[in-house]
Design a protein around this ligand. Structure first.
Ligand code: ADP
Ligand code: MG
Length: 275
């Protein structure tokens, strides 16, 4: 029931990202609250129109309780692209980790289960998210995590204008994305990369810091690339259960061909326990 942008009133800024700003807005008539992501395209734009069009295309197709819902997309006269989305009241997992530092295992298990369901849905639609990381996992008022930000996502098969972008944050990128040459022409389709990123995120939630390099190290591109591609498997703390360790091990398998798949991991005891 949102017919134009003028139906919405800006309340505050809730986020800044690569290509735009996210506002908290209110429908003037119903007073329902939404998030409005505005992507700007001026000379200084860091994102390109094509990429934003991809994001819009993907958002229009997805409808899952594990993915942040987009209710409408508008073009402005200035050429901006605006997405009206469900408002995720509790912010991102990144914000949550800044406040709470780390999360108990049952909370990590809950996040794993929801993100896996979201990935199962997206992968079933041939969509690779490509940028799973704490700031792209949003939390609603009930404490439920959903996947957001399709800025670098791509539709892998069946689409003529497949968006093939290699961006995203390198810290959460899989070895096959950081160093694609290594696999002798055995080209990864990207689905396994989302699983790797999830593994990094879950481990970070539990240990309270980015887990693939030492706490004091400066995370430049070279150090990250080395850690991701050649680093030892990160030690799981003794306090983690065997289920959790085995789950993370399946996510952080360096060879994507041997990594756990979303379907396999959804059957894993770590995400199928009752607390
Ligand atoms: P970018 O592509 O710029 O990273 P995101 O879609 O990830 O854009 O949004 C940037 C930030 O804005 C998020 O990390 C989050 O803090 C906030 N945000 C984005 N969408 C929403 C939403 N639907 N509800 C609440 N906060 C949001
Ligand atoms: Mg983001």
């Amino acid at each position: 029931d949102i017919k134009s942008l003028s139906d919405l009133e800006k309340l505050s800024v809730i986020g800044h990202g690569n290509g735009g700003t996210v506002y908290k807005v209110r429908n003037r008539k119903s007073s329902s609250v939404y998030a409005l992501k505005v992507l700007r395209f001026d000379q200084n734009a860091t994102i390109i129109r094509h990429q934003a069009a991809c994001e819009a295309e993907i958002l229009k197709r997805v409808d899952s309780q594990f993915v942040v819902k987009c209710l409408a997309v508008f073009d402005t006269i200035e050429g901006d692209l605006c997405f009206v989305m469900e408002h995720m009241e509790s912010g991102s997992l990144y914000d949550e980790l800044r406040v709470r530092r780390n999360l108990p295992e049952h909370a990590v298990s809950g996040i794993a289960a929801r993100v896996l369901r979201g990935l199962q849905y997206l992968h079933g639609m041939h969509i690779v998210h490509g940028d799973i990381k704490p700031s792209n996992l949003l939390i609603n008022g009930k404490g439920n995590v959903k996947i957001a930000d399709f800025g670098v996502s791509k539709i892998v098969v069946g689409a003529r204008n497949a968006c093939d972008m290699c961006m995203g944050t390198c810290a959460y990128m899989s070895p096959e994305r950081v160093d694609p040459e290594r696999w002798n022409g055995d080209k990864a389709d990207g689905f396994a990369g989302d699983v790797w990123s999830l593994g990094v995120v879950l481990l970070e939630c539990f240990v309270g810091h980015y887990p693939l390099i030492g706490l004091g190290e400066t995370p430049d591109w070279a150090a990250l690339m080395c850690a991701i591609c050649f680093g030892e498997r990160p030690e799981m703390p003794e306090t983690a259960s065997l289920d959790f360790r085995s789950f993370v091990r399946r996510c952080l398998e360096k060879d994507w061909r041997n990594r756990g798949t979303v379907d396999e991991l959804l059957d894993h005891p770590f995400v199928n326990r009752s607390f």
